[in-house]
Design a protein around this ligand. Structure first.
Ligand code: ADP
Ligand code: ADP
Ligand code: ZN
Length: 212
């Protein structure tokens, strides 16, 4: 199963990816997580990407496409994968199309989580992420069982540097200008499914499984 989770920043992609990993035994490929790991490792690519991420802007396509090309070539992707936060521009979508054609694989579904901008700000400012495994929680809407401790791996929960009200504005602008046009791209491909992302986490999961 080759899947893509689509939606605005904070729409719930990472949260839902966790359920798909469990159900289908396929890896989640989050370009955001890969970039944050590169920053933590102090690589040249990470340092370059950080400038864009801190401002809530998209990292250049050439960097992102390189990351995905390497990641899809890894063994664990043979069973399938869940793309999360990629592609975010038409150039990225076209590059993915070509990569997958070369690999002779198809995209099964694009699951879009629709959440209006007004709700995104509260989701992002209340988000807490695991410093070890990247799992996402919310102080109010999806709290961890123990405060500041990850349910999945016991890691410490932190606030992402770019999760502030100011950066959210530019991230939403980037989403509407550069990413939302991909809705037409994947609708034309016949794989686009839109879900109401404003429902509770467990209800969105149910709808998602039903759509698959
Ligand atoms: P969110 O879903 O909250 O926006 P991500 O972890 O997906 O968070 O992304 C964090 C940041 O990493 C983005 O604001 C952007 O700067 C960068 N980024 C992640 N994925 C991409 C991508 N596919 N193209 C360009 N930039 C990306
Ligand atoms: P994305 O990966 O799309 O950026 P996340 O999965 O990290 O989004 O979710 C963003 C924030 O919203 C997190 O704090 C998460 O716990 C919370 N969240 C996710 N899904 C829901 C939901 N259905 N209802 C309320 N809050 C949610
Ligand atoms: Zn964790």
């Amino acid at each position: 199963m080759n899947l893509m989770l689509f939606g605005a920043p904070g729409a719930g992609k990472g949260t839902q990816a966790k359920f798909l990993i469990e159900k289908y035994g396929i890896p989640q490929i989050s370009t955001g997580d890969i970039l944050r790991a590169a920053i933590a490792d102090n690589t040249d690519m990470g340092m370059e990407a950080k400038k864009f991420m801190d401002e809530g802007k998209l990292v250049p396509d050439s960097t992102i496409i390189g990351i995905i090309k390497d990641r899809l070539a890894e063994d664990d992707c043979k069973k399938g994968f869940i793309l999360d936060g990629f592609p975010r521009t038409l150039a990225q979508a076209q590059a993915l199309d070509k990569l997958m054609a070369d690999m002779e694989i198809l995209l099964d579904k694009v699951i879009s989580l629709d959440v209006p901008d007004e709700l995104i700000v509260g989701r992002i400012t209340g988000r807490r992420v695991c410093s070890k495994c990247g799992a996402s929680f919310h102080v109010e809407f999806n709290p961890s069982k123990e405060e500041n401790v990850c349910d999945y791996c016991g890691g410490e929960l932190i606030i992402r540097k770019d999760d502030n009200a100011e950066t959210v504005k530019s991230r939403l602008e980037a989403y509407h200008a550069q990413t939302a046009p991909l809705i037409d791209f994947y609708t034309d491909m016949g794989v686009f499914v839109e879900l109401d992302g404003t429902k509770d986490v467990s209800e969105v999961t149910k709808d998602m499984i039903a759509a698959l």
